[in-house]
Design a protein around this ligand. Sequence first.
Ligand SMILES: Nc1ncnc2c1ncn2[C@@H]1O[C@H](COP(=O)(O)OP(=O)(O)OP(=O)(O)O)[C@@H](O)[C@H]1O
Ligand SMILES: [Mg+2]
Length: 239
Amino acid sequence: MTSDLILKLEGIASAYGKIDAVKGIDLEVKRGQIVTLLGANGAGKTTTLKTISGLVRAKAGRVLFEGQDITAMAAHEIARAGVVHVPEGRHVLRGLSVRENLELGAFTVKDAALRKERLDQVFAQFPILKTRANSDGSLLSGGEQQMLAIGRALMHGPKIVLLDEPSMGLAPKLVLETMRIVKRLNEAGTTILLVEQNARLALRLAHYGYVLESGVIRLEGEASQLSADPSIVQAYLGS
Ligand SMILES: Nc1ncnc2c1ncn2[C@@H]1O[C@H](COP(=O)(O)OP(=O)(O)OP(=O)(O)O)[C@@H](O)[C@H]1O
Ligand SMILES: [Mg+2]
């Protein structure tokens, strides 16, 4: 395996009881890239992310992170190793301040000085969160809550972030703002595996893309190639 490969899925299959959600997929993420995983509702995108982060156990195949087999590792160990999942929905904890929500994100970080440093970094990246540090997290706007969810992931000091539909439920202007945040995060050095329903936007950001259909990879390629592919445009990008 080459060292510029940070994440590799080999023949990953995952099921919920008798429902086969992911049916043996191969996927690679190079260090420093944004790779997007596209597909219709129910294609298996979330299940793929959950399998990587240890929330769903693979039925077959292997997940390699920096060459190490993490398939059987516990979710908190996977997070500690540097693979951090930002789940669908924003999961901001009501009754906790923005600062407390962020600190909760750093549960894997034992060193108090490092936690403080990370908090300062998140506040520098998202000044609005600093302004609202003592407000209840659930009072933030949808876009701000998405920043908080991403900020919470950054508290772990991730090497790769698994982002599940960060733009879901946001107004169009905030969708664009969220995509800019994802881009900045990547430019600051974080590798990203991005699940998006908005294929057009995701392909504009990403270096490489995979199209998942009923648990199987139907297509993959450079993002620029995929967005120019007539069959993709018709099936996934609309008019
Ligand atoms: N907890 C669960 N129990 C049973 N079946 C599930 C569960 N979660 C997902 N599934 C099924 O697994 C398949 C893949 O679902 P998954 O959530 O991974 O799709 P997705 O691509 O993320 O879809 P969406 O775009 O709607 O978020 C679907 O058929 C779904 O109904
Ligand atoms: Mg999903």
